[in-house]
Ligand binder design. Structure first.
Ligand SMILES: Cc1cc2nc3c(=O)[nH]c(=O)nc-3n(C[C@H](O)[C@H](O)[C@H](O)COP(=O)(O)O)c2cc1C
Length: 176
């Protein structure tokens, strides 16, 4: 089981920089700039060829991406705020504009340009997305501090010490 707190650590895009990526029509990354690699904690080589959802943060509601895909497939520009997951499980917020790349009038790829988000906007979007996930019956974020002895007891409920928090929670719910 991991007790890493990286998941709570935020990285900020420099205000004078942008993250740029392109994908094929299925959302597989075909181009990433240096800032994308730096902020996401991946190397450019690790990003190319991977589906864009490797960045998908569990705090993002499903409907945000459904809206993104419907918008760009209809030939429009999607604009919105996205919380992304870093390779080290930390996170970063972006304001994103996603749209098609056209050749001879045909869409051949998609591109995304992402920039810094002011702190107040990040707080606002976190609350909005928490509410959307709750109302849509998706996962609810639940963070808690528990005494070390209870934590150790929970660990003994699992078969080995490599299971994730989710598995322990499910075991616990079964016992209750
Ligand atoms: C050009 C482009 C950029 C995208 N950027 C992101 C991104 O930064 N983060 C993200 O989670 N999904 C991004 N997506 C959407 C993903 O493809 C995917 O739909 C999303 O992560 C949700 O994953 P799922 O479709 O497997 O549920 C992007 C899609 C496109 C076409």
């Amino acid at each position: 089981m991991t007790d890493s707190f990286d998941m709570f650590i935020e990285t900020e895009i420099p205000q004078n920089d942008v993250i740029i990526s392109r994908t094929d029509l299925k959302g597989v990354i075909t181009y990433a700039n240096d800032t994308f690699a730096e902020i996401s904690d991946y190397t450019i080589d690790e990003l190319i060829g991977k589906p864009h959802n490797i960045l998908r943060h569990p705090d993002m509601p499903k409907s945000a991406f459904a809206d993104l895909w419907a918008t760009i497939k209809a030939g429009n520009i999607w604009q919105g705020y996205v919380k992304n997951l870093r390779k080290d499980r930390g996170y970063y917020w972006v304001y994103a504009e996603v749209s098609g790349v056209y050749k001879d009038g045909e869409v051949v790829e998609y591109k995304s340009i992402r920039s810094w988000v002011p702190k107040e906007k990040r707080r606002q979007m976190q609350k909005i997305y928490d509410k959307m996930r709750f109302e849509d019956g998706e996962n609810v974020r639940c963070v808690s501090y528990i005494p070390a002895d209870l934590y150790n007891k929970l660990l003994t409920l699992s078969d080995n010490d490599k299971v994730c928090g989710d598995t322990i929670l499910k075991e616990l719910v079964k016992k209750i």
